[in-house]
Design a protein around this ligand. Structure first.
Ligand SMILES: Cc1ncc(COP(=O)(O)O)c(C=O)c1O
Length: 360
């Protein structure tokens, strides 16, 4: 059996497997989003840009943050998850930008290089230094790029970028007229300190209901941009590809926007407890790793990741991902989107396995 990427595991939800693989919250979605009323219009075609009530609700949320002012529903496109928002964004940029590179901090979410390549653009990597964006390297490379992709909190490192760095990137990209794609799907999962979300005329934000509201399967995300031309382009491409995003799922997302903030705080607390459990557990086993500041991933160091991923799955029914899939050689990535009992059981098995094979 060859396990050649995350697609081998995605969507396999077997009860006898302990999965530290997919970044899919195990927590149930909020009960407030359940739909009871039957409505035939849910089965008709909808607005390609997304239903107005959802875009209005999002625009109210945006206007209530420090990051944005005067946002309107016209700045949003509702998509099939953040994944489609990213895909449409890069394809729209590819249509209008002469420079063909996108600056991508490495390690990265495994789909980024694929999405960028599919659009006809090329990822240009900038390696992290001490688990942070290296501004010196970034400055050297940014002139060759039409855009930079920021993901804070980050998958797979769990880091939150420093506020200073983000402000400097904001300043630099505004001065040079470079697009910033800010993937904020983990914006509500922060444990250590305040995040700062980058703003500016060429910022495109990407977001999703998948993580905060445990709604991965509903496939609801969105992009936000003040660039009318880009929004027009995105809608045109979506018209000829996926058309409207699922309307029932948009209704559930709309209901999610009405859930009080305390819900998010109570979920965050659960994730933080799990973060502490897995971080301390892996350290006790002897792994070297950074303490995640947000999202729900850890990235411990270890060699022979191909063998480890195969052995753990085939012999112990444990799923972990190779760091190589995220541009992080000699690491494995574990998602802690599973309950504490399974985390403990999984850690015990990993401990036995690495000790038996002298891997650390
Ligand atoms: C950083 C990042 N962006 C985007 C996505 C895709 O999210 P969605 O389910 O909304 O398509 C993921 C999913 O794991 C992710 O980790």
């Amino acid at each position: 059996m060859v396990i050649n990427g995350p697609s081998f595991f995605i969507g396999k939800n077997s009860p006898d497997v302990i999965s530290f693989g997919s970044g899919q919250p195990d927590l149930p979605p909020p009960k407030e989003i359940e739909l009871i009323i039957r409505d035939c219009s849910d089965y008709k075609y909808g607005l390609v840009q997304g239903e107005e009530w959802l875009r209005d609700a999002l625009s109210n949320q945006y206007n209530n943050t420090k990051q944005y002012t005067n946002s309107t529903k016209d700045s949003f496109v509702i998509t099939n998850g953040a994944s489609e928002a990213l895909d449409l964004t890069f394809r729209a940029l590819s249509r209008k930008e002469k420079k063909r590179n996108v600056l991508l901090p490495k390690p990265y979410y495994y789909s980024y290089p694929f999405i960028i390549n599919f659009s006809g653009l090329n990822p240009l990597f900038t390696e992290l230094k001490n688990n942070r964006i290296d501004l010196i390297d970034l400055e050297k490379k940014i002139d060759d790029c039409c855009a930079i992709l920021i993901n804070s909190p980050s998958n797979p490192t769990g880091r939150i970028e420093s506020i200073d760095t983000l402000k400097q990137i904001e300043e630099l990209t505004q001065k040079k007229g470079i697009n910033v794609i800010s993937d904020e799907v983990y914006k509500d999962l922060i444990y250590e300190r305040e995040n700062y979300f980058i703003k500016g005329p060429k910022v495109i934000t990407i977001n999703s209901f998948s993580k905060t509201y445990s709604m991965c399967g509903d496939r609801i995300g969105y992009l936000w941009s003040n660039d009318e031309e880009l929004i027009k382009n995105v809608i045109e491409m979506k018209t000829h590809t996926s058309m409207n995003t699922n309307i029932k799922a948009q209704k559930r997302a709309f209901l999610a926007t009405k859930i009080p903030k305390e819900y998010i705080e109570s979920q965050r607390q659960i994730w933080e407890n799990r973060r502490n459990l897995i971080y301390n557990g892996l350290k006790d086993i002897g792994f070297e790793l950074n303490n995640p500041e947000g999202a729900f991933y850890v990235l411990p160091k270890i060699n022979n990741t191909n063998k480890i991923v195969h052995d753990l799955y085939n012999d112990y029914k444990i799923i972990v991902y190779r760091g190589e899939w995220f541009g992080a050689n000699n690491h494995i990535r574990l998602s802690y989107a599973l309950d504490e009992c399974k985390i403990n059981k999984g850690l015990d098995i990993i401990n036995t396995y690495v000790k038996k094979n002298n891997l650390l």
